[in-house]
Design a protein around this ligand. Structure first.
Ligand code: GDP
Ligand code: MG
Length: 167
């Protein structure tokens, strides 16, 4: 079973870093904003089901708020990323969810990741507000660090489980 996941969120929140850590176990402090490919594949098992996740990353065009319909097409799930040290990146999550649902529909599985949790001391986003918001949109929330490899398998496992159930 092939499942398409799109990464969404403001520039610099760590989308590319999350993908490279999750699929290749790599991390770079000076992460380039683009990947060679538009997606990377990762095998994952959900109970007895073997799935192949195709995780799509932007080529930096989120900075211009211009992700075309091809990016979203046939997506089964979305990982919406914000940076816990950047309040603005959290306030934009709603905008991304609205756009996603407008194009793909409301059935799509959404998981929200508060990335850079290794920088907890610089936190700018209020946790109670995050939990309330995630509940209101019916999305699960995970804290992640691409840098320290925290929370990523939990995040993608949960996405995959929900996507398999809906397929
Ligand atoms: P994107 O624009 O959303 O794809 O973000 P990038 O993956 O390019 O990351 C932007 C910057 O944040 C880079 O300098 C990364 O090294 C850094 N970064 C990404 N994830 C983390 C993390 O979990 N912790 C810390 N401390 N830095 C991170
Ligand atoms: Mg990027």
């Amino acid at each position: 079973m092939r499942l398409k996941v799109v990464l969404l969120g403001e520039g610099r929140v760590g989308k590319t870093s999350i993908l490279l850590r999750y699929v290749r176990d790599e991390f770079a402090e000076k992460q380039q904003s683009t990947l060679q490919a538009s997606y990377l594949d990762k095998r994952i098992s959900v109970g007895a089901t073997n799935a192949q996740l195709s995780v799509w990353d932007t080529a930096g065009q989120e900075r211009f708020h211009a992700l075309g319909p091809i990016y979203y097409r046939d997506a089964d799930g979305a990982l919406l990323v914000y940076d816990i040290t950047d309040a603005e990146s959290f306030s934009k999550v709603q905008k991304w969810i609205k756009e996603l649902r407008k194009i793909v529909g409301t059935e799509i599985t959404i998981v929200i990741a508060g990335n850079k949790v290794d920088l907890e001391r610089n936190r700018q986003v209020d946790e109670a507000q995050v939990f309330e918001y995630c509940k209101s949109v019916g999305a699960k929330h995970f804290y992640t660090s691409a840098k320290q490899n925290v929370g990523l398998s939990e995040c993608f496992n949960d996405l995959a489980k929900n996507m398999v159930e809906k397929k």
